[in-house]
Design a protein around this ligand. Structure first.
Ligand code: 3EB
Length: 331
């Protein structure tokens, strides 16, 4: 549990978390708005402003057609630029940084992960917003390969090598999802700030960095969620039907989704957040099989009415897992 005197209190003096919203809008219009830190498009059809480092096209298709864009916005002037292979923007004490690596330029999956994380670590050492709170990883064909040669496990090895001791004081919240857009493309982006957040674990789940050896040589380094510095939002990591360290309900997408929702509720309770999600809690549901999308959408409509959920076509990092949810809970 997060140590706090009573209920969750927004911490005065610390910068409010960026607002995260989905919107049916033109990316150019969103980029022109004051305080826009980042704008995300989804899928091959997303058209943005490739010259603007704040524009990022996620290599996953949305089941919504046309897909909305995602906006990160703060109440501050924004600066942006490039630093070697990293593109970034900053304002109000917040930092967005992103990198894309072609695996062919890095000797494969493990090398690409090492290169991406080493580049981000090097870039972060030049910044004052040094506390990485949340990271997203989109990985081609994540479940290809057997056992320790599975690409997700190679990714975990390379990530740890590239990070070195960067997260020695604690892991950020994270997502790692597979895409099929371009088989050589690794995408990594992050949100960092000046102040530290509070990592939140889920009492129903073994912490990922303590997963036993069967899940790979290198345990995945991420926290289940991150309470933002001002305690005005919870950044929720990719959450699936994992109980303890085991995958549950193999082959049953509906039961996996219910277990995932139970995990999300446990996480909110663990962070002292009010139960449930609302219209200001943007979530993403990643669905492995397109044939499950309608079923997942129907269940989410019923269980999370009014909650903005972007339904994405993506592979969870264990091949038996059929659905995963991540996102934000603003207080
Ligand atoms: C799990 O519960 C699902 O490697 O960064 C979720 C979130 C998962 C992040 C990561 C992996 C990662 O273990 C997998």
């Amino acid at each position: 549990m997060v140590q706090r005197s009573e209920n969750l209190q927004v911490q005065p003096g610390l910068p409010r978390s960026p607002r995260v919203t989905y919107r049916m809008a033109d990316p150019g219009t969103a980029l022109d708005e004051p305080g826009t830190l980042a704008v995300f498009g989804f899928g091959a059809g997303a058209r943005g402003h490739d010259g603007d480092p704040r524009w990022f096209r996620v290599a996953l298709e949305s089941f919504d057609a046309p897909a909305p864009i995602e906006l990160w916005q703060v109440d501050a002037e924004i600066s942006y630029g490039h630093h070697d292979a990293v593109r970034w923007s900053s304002g109000g004490g917040w930092l967005f940084a992103a990198i894309e690596v072609d695996e062919r330029d890095a000797g494969g999956m493990e090398g690409a992960a090492r290169q991406a994380y080493a580049a981000l670590r090097q870039f972060m050492s030049t910044r004052s917003e040094r506390c990485v709170l949340r990271i997203w990883n989109y990985i081609a064909n994540i479940n290809d390969g057997e056992d320790d040669a599975e690409r997700y496990k190679q990714f975990c090895d390379g990530r740890a090598a590239g990070l070195d001791d960067f997260f020695a004081e604690g892991f950020p919240a994270a997502t790692a999802i597979g895409h099929h857009h371009d088989k050589h493309l690794l995408q990594v982006y992050l949100l960092a700030g000046i102040d530290t957040g509070t990592a939140v674990e889920n009492p129903r789940q073994t912490s990922a960095w303590r997963y036993p050896r069967q899940y790979g040589r290198t345990s995945p380094g991420f926290a289940r969620a991150m309470l933002m510095p001002a305690q005005d939002a919870l950044a929720i990591s990719g959450t699936a039907a994992v109980v303890g360290h085991a995958s549950t309900h193999e082959g049953d997408v509906e039961a996996q989704l219910n277990e995932t929702l139970t995990n999300l509720e446990a996480l909110l309770a663990s962070a002292d957040m009010p139960a449930g999600f609302d219209t200001h809690s943007p979530l993403k549901a990643y669905v492995r099989h397109a044939t499950d999308a309608t079923r997942v959408w129907e269940i989410l409509q019923r269980r999370l009415p009014g909650v903005p959920v972007l339904l994405m076509h993506g592979d969870v990092c264990r091949r038996e897992l059929l659905v995963e949810i991540d996102g934000w809970r603003f207080s």
